[in-house]
Design a protein around this ligand. Sequence first.
Ligand code: AMP
Ligand code: MG
Length: 441
Amino acid sequence: MTDNSTDQPTEVVPELNEAIAGGSHGHTHGGGSLRPVAEQLAKVLNTIGSIDPIQQPLLDAQGLLLAEEIIADAPLPGFDNSAMDGYAVRAVDLKQASAEHPVVLPVVGDVVAGSRSVSGMGPGLCMRIMTGAPIPPGADAVIPLENTDRGVARVAIYRATRTGECVRRAGEDLAAGAMALGPGAAIGPQQIALLAATGHDRVLVRPRPRVVVISTGSELVEVGKRPSYGEISDSNSFMLAAAARDAGADAYRVGIVPDDHAQLLDVLDSQLLRADMIITSGGVSMGAFDVVKEALSQLGTVEFVRVAMQPGMPQGFGTLGRDRTPIFCLPGNPVSALVSFEVFARPAIRKLLGKRNVQRQTIQAIALERMESPEGKRQFRRGLLHREPDGRYSVSLVGGHGSHLIASMAAANCLVVVEEDVTEVVPGARVTVMPLMLAQR
Ligand code: AMP
Ligand code: MG
């Protein structure tokens, strides 16, 4: 394990960052003040605005939040119809009906589901009717097939009924003019059913943010090209695009940008056209070629800070361009990048989607092994969450501290969160766990 792989501080904190971190409540580590995770997250979320609602075809609205009021302009159901396969009758004609003394009625016709016009039905008569078919004028109840001899020309009915039995009333689900769904409603299959039932094939929704993901680093090569000595495959842009999609965004992976000032600014400039958010990885540490930090801190709208977390200490965040598009500049180590995404970028995407709950659900689990954590830093360890036979969750660690360990990250299904003031977790203690595998698109 090297210093570089755990984002250890190697530089004195700039004065500007010191001032923003407030000194007093920023933790001291390695000779400088660190900004608490909560403070950095609050800053991020305060900067995130909203995206104008757009019309979407019904199925594309799945997983999004409604941005309009949906009024039913017709009642639901639209007409009185049968709840059963049976016979449409007048309840008054069957007062005396019983199994011993059935009432026999002439069957004067059939009403099927989809009948567009139904003739009226006189007293002392009945009609065979199917589920969902309109109740003929004159009938006021339906006798299920099971309570008859299923006759075709004449039917013997074995029981009495009451007005309205087995009839689905027009408007009993939703009256004409009633609100079917309101702004902010989450659109899942049930809501899509209601929108379709009320005749809406397009709806106004909070759109999926368009998140542009850029990898920086002169050592990176496109996936599929065999890396030469000193080169590595760009895994971050795939990982972060997948994470952004999992958070509900539409992700656009942009090719690799080498550690070159001018090229980085060029790419950012052209991507601003389509992006609601930009995420870069790499180039935010203290090295001589950490171009993202170098180039963007000069603009004055992106701030580079050291956050009291492990991994993921160096973080850049701010806005770019006329539309003040939010940009996250995450560290390059894959584990640091993913943890930083989870902690800062995911909540930001959820906020752009309009979600009220922007944080991942956490659960409590029993630690199966001892964990040490630096004082004053929130530590995120890769873990494997299990469900015990008694229903409780337990968690073990996978991989070491190294933030470059991609294979061990792939073996994890959660992050174990060790709070700032906890320096040791003993086996059997309860810890907070963020499950990562819940695809929530
Ligand atoms: P940096 O933050 O640029 O100093 O990078 C830190 C470490 O992360 C270095 O070992 C990089 O090679 C590695 N790294 C940076 N970008 C990526 C990427 N897109 N995919 C995989 N590893 C990366
Ligand atoms: Mg780099």
